[in-house]
Design a protein around this ligand. Structure first.
Ligand code: ADP
Ligand code: ASP
Ligand code: MG
Length: 405
């Protein structure tokens, strides 16, 4: 008897008919003789609606209260799914993240899982129950409810799969797997049969929202195979696993785009030791991740410093950076929140020249201006105007011949 963890995303449980259809899929897997732990997201756009409701009553909702509110979305879908399973004649039980043993730190809205204690899940499985777990949430040591960041139900699923030593973690969603680019932007995008953790992590971290980056990170860490497939069809999906063969390394594996980008430029910064630490330390303390950092060559010991943050962090970042600018004697700060990142990812680009040049030419031929560039060993990212993202992704998909499976 195999233990399988499944996860169904928001669009897969968007209404009562879809919940009933998911219940039938779960029932089928149970009939095949498996033990099942199923993680669900909130129905459809529930999380967005809850955030809107909070904003209607408060300009800056309290972080703890907001997480408590958002966690209710997943309680609705998990309990309804149990009811649907029971009406099909199956024994099932719903658990909150806390009841499922997911313990987190207390960084509300982006909490990290510290440990999973799956005792209750194991006890319910022992009783023959299908266990339905509310995704995206955990509890602190003080029993306060936290959420794991938008899209975090994927991370709940992989964390549970790892701690239960499941055979596989199956992520069911509204597309048939991981494609060479977002199939909603590029109609020629092709589905990948397999992809390694490192490439998937780069794609997810740079905007491919098909999977939460931390879910991929955990998958790699615990060597947990993750299958991404459709909840609406029986098409085989994409397996994320350890690279099958070192030699079968791909040219460029995929393209990701991210429009949650803002740029901050600090102008006329005195160029002496300690300045970068003075700017970036308080940002790190406030839990704001900084991505691309570019410092111009200094002229007469004065330089400009540019970096990017998530657009959703811009206001908070500026409230931290502005007082620092004064204290270090820089002139002023300018921001731009109409930008986006496009990235090409592939292990094949390690030690292979020519990828960057090909990327820059493809963007140039579309008349797209590159504002900043960052790279990792297996990724090249260009920061461009947000309104050119679709053209950029389509042009890059063609330039790297990704339509050829
Ligand atoms: P769920 O609600 O199931 O978690 P998401 O909306 O979070 O689903 O993720 C699925 C979406 O991810 C797809 O509808 C697709 O538009 C988008 N997506 C972005 N990049 C890719 C990619 N490379 N392959 C497949 N889907 C992608
Ligand atoms: N419901 C949460 C969100 O919309 C978590 C998830 O769907 O994974 O972000
Ligand atoms: Mg998702």
């Amino acid at each position: 008897m195999a233990l399988i963890v499944q996860k169904y995303g928001g669009s897969s449980v968007a209404d009562s008919e879809k919940i009933k259809s998911v219940a039938r899929r779960i029932a089928r897997a149970k009939d095949e003789g498996n033990q099942l732990v199923v993680v669900v997201s909130a129905m459809g756009d529930t999380t967005d609606e809850l955030i809107r409701m909070a904003q209607q009553v408060s300009e800056q909702p309290d972080e703890r209260e907001l997480d408590m509110l958002l966690s209710t979305g997943e309680l609705i879908s998990s309990t309804l799914l149990v009811m649907a399973l029971e009406s099909l004649g199956y024994k099932a039980v719903s658990l909150t993240g806390g009841q499922a043993g997911i313990q987190t730190d207390s960084s509300y809205s982006q909490a990290r899982i510290l440990r999973v204690d799956p005792q209750r899940i194991l006890a319910e499985l022992e009783k023959g129950n299908i266990v339905i777990v509310a995704g995206f949430q955990g509890v602190t040591q003080d029993m306060d409810i936290t959420t794991l960041g938008r899209g975090g139900s994927d991370t709940t699923a992989v964390a549970l799969a790892a701690s239960l030593n499941a055979e596989v973690c199956q992520i069911y969603t509204d597309v048939e797997g991981v494609y060479t680019a977002d199939p909603r932007l590029v109609s020629e995008a092709t589905k990948l049969k397999e992809i390694g953790y490192e490439e998937m992590l780069e794609l997810a971290s740079y905007g491919a929202k098909i999977l939460h980056p931390r879910a991929v990170e955990l998958g790699g860490l615990y060597d947990m195979p993750i299958l991404v497939a459709s909840s609406f069809s029986d098409s085989p999906g994409t397996l994320i696993c350890k690279e099958a063969s070192m030699e079968v390394r791909n040219k460029a594996r995929g393209i990701a785009q991210d429009t949650n980008v803002a740029k901050i430029t600090v102008i006329n910064v005195p160029d002496h030791p300690g300045i970068a630490a003075a700017i970036f330390e308080p940002l790190a303390k406030a839990n704001i991740s900084v991505d691309t950092i570019v410092q111009n060559a200094s002229i007469e010991n004065i330089t400009d410093l540019t970096f990017t943050v998530a657009r959703s962090d811009l206001v908070k970042a500026m409230s931290i950076v502005e007082p620092v600018i004064k204290s270090i004697g820089a002139k002023r700060c300018v921001t731009d929140s109409t930008l986006a990142k496009v990235s090409i990812v592939g292990t094949g680009m390690q030690n292979t020249p020519g990828y960057a040049a090909r990327m820059f030419r493809a963007l140039y031929e579309q008349g797209i201006n590159i504002q900043l560039i960052t790279t990792s060993e297996i990724r090249i990212t260009c920061i461009i105007a947000e309104d050119r993202v679709k053209d950029a992704v389509q042009a890059l998909h063609k330039a790297f011949e990704l339509e050829i499976a």
